[in-house]
Design a protein around this ligand. Structure first.
Ligand code: SF4
Ligand code: SF4
Length: 440
């Protein structure tokens, strides 16, 4: 499998090359060339910021179609707690889970069950930690961001799989015991609020292979659930009523479930970057735990949801309060089974050359070219900043003429040399002053 398979893609036909997206990308993964955006695969963390900003809806997230469930004998739906906040507040969690069964799933196993396992582990891990602050590893976009932009903070990540992975492992094990079926016959389908989780299943970090088979977006399954709500009768699946675990869907929810006091919660990718900068500069060593979520408001703000994130956040708060309990899942295995089994290693996306001497030479060239550029960071060249353009030029992806300001100056110089000017319609005409002196 391509190690850089991503959920977020560009629909070239829709892109008009407006450059709106290049500045929003937190990892400078987008360039606009020949009038179309391009995503540099190894830099993309699937945060979905470009999906939100694109006025043409040219950036999209690819997830699996609902029809994929028919590839398995036994189908398990793994709904993220965010799903509960997408419907009218009169619709009960039990009805939503019941509707999933009517769509064709044999069993529903909520991700909130995995969230409680992770909370219990994290609480103990914080008590014995020597590194501070510890950073939650629950948001896959943040884990990838740390790997690319803040590799020195990898050791601050809590080394446990995400609630989605923990729930998938528990659900699969339960299904095998109850049905006697083999792994190949059991399909586990995560119902996702965000593209980062789609990519986390296709290219997992911290583990060799995901326990989830396919990821279905909330926005694609929402109309199907809505249609079935009225048909849900008495066959309501058992609802896992752990308010604190459901609360994970909104920012601050994970921390609330930990019952700790010395923490920091931050949501929205720009704010997260500021906080990670502070941690990297050792300014937050007195904090025990930092919850970082790429989307504003947390998972309820994911780009694959349908409800307004603020309204959804409020609904999650109400559901959490209604089921105000902290549950403890009785595990048949030790928690070690859910810890990272593969080291997370930094990804140096800015590597200039394998040869250190050549890399240093290229760095010098970048500095020199950067000096020449106007430092406006206007994005008109198709690179997100003047520094990024300098890098692109040295790596051979761009040209100095891509800078509109330098190009305009160059054109003006040429025109002056040849006693010409641009008129209001941008047509070249002979300089009147020169013409007069010439013909006098
Ligand atoms: S925002 Fe980016 S993807 Fe969307 S039209 Fe503009 S350049 Fe293309
Ligand atoms: S998904 Fe995020 S990281 Fe990837 S290209 Fe879009 S804005 Fe950049």
């Amino acid at each position: 499998m391509d190690i850089h398979t991503h959920s977020v893609i560009l629909d070239k036909d829709e892109c008009i090359g407006c450059t709106n997206c290049i500045k929003r990308c937190p990892t400078e993964a987008i360039r606009v060339k020949e009038g179309k955006a391009k995503i540099i695969k190894n830099r993309c963390i699937d945060c979905g910021e470009c999906i939100r900003i694109c006025p043409q809806h040219a950036k999209k997230s690819i997830s699996d179609p609902i029809s994929c469930i028919h590839n398995y004998k036994y189908k398990i739906a793994l709904p993220a707690p965010t799903l509960l906040a997408q419907f009218d507040s009169k619709v009960t969690p039990g009805q939503i889970l019941g509707a999933l069964k009517l769509i064709g799933f044999d069993h529903v196993y909520e991700v909130s069950r995995g969230a409680d396992v992770v909370s219990n582990f994290t609480r103990e891990y914080i008590k014995n930690a020597t590194t501070t602050p510890l950073i939650s590893s629950s948001c896959p976009a943040i884990v990838r961001l740390i790997r690319i932009r803040f590799p020195s903070l990898i050791d601050n990540l809590i080394p446990i799989e995400s609630p989605m992975e923990v729930a998938a492992k528990l659900a699969r094990q339960k299904a095998k015991e109850e049905t006697g079926l083999s792994d190949e016959d059991i399909g586990v389908f995560f119902i996702s609020p965000c593209p980062a989780k789609v990519s986390a299943v296709k290219n997992p970090l911290g583990l060799l292979q995901s326990n989830v088979n396919n990821v279905i977006s909330i926005e694609s399954i929402y109309p199907l659930i809505k249609k079935k709500l009225d048909e849900v009768s008495d066959d309501i699946p058992e609802f896992y009523d752990s308010g604190k675990a459901i609360g994970w869907a909104r920012s601050g929810g994970e921390t609330f479930s930990l019952n700790i006091e010395n923490y920091l919660c931050v949501d929205g990718i720009d704010h997260v970057i500021e906080v990670l900068d502070s941690i990297e500069n050792e300014n937050l060593k007195d904090i025990d735990f930092v919850e970082c979520l790429a989307c504003v408001n947390g998972c309820v703000g994911g780009p694959l949801t349908v409800e307004n994130p603020f309204i959804a956040r409020n609904k999650i708060r109400k559901i959490s309060n209604e089921y105000d309990v902290q549950k403890e899942i009785k595990l048949k295995q030790t928690v070690d089974e859910f810890l990272y089994s593969k080291e997370i290693v930094p990804e140096n996306v800015r590597k200039l050359d394998d040869n250190i001497l050549k890399a240093m030479k290229k760095m010098e060239q970048i500095d020199m070219i950067h000096e020449l550029l106007p430092n406006l960071d206007c994005g008109a060249c198709g690179s997100p900043s003047c520094r990024a353009l300098a890098e692109d030029i040295v790596l051979g992806y761009s040209d100095l003429d891509d800078c509109m300001v330098l190009f305009r100056d160059k054109v003006n110089c040429f025109l002056q040399k040849h006693h010409m000017v641009l008129n209001d319609e941008n047509n070249v005409t002979e300089d009147e002053e020169f013409k007069n002196t010439r013909y006098e």
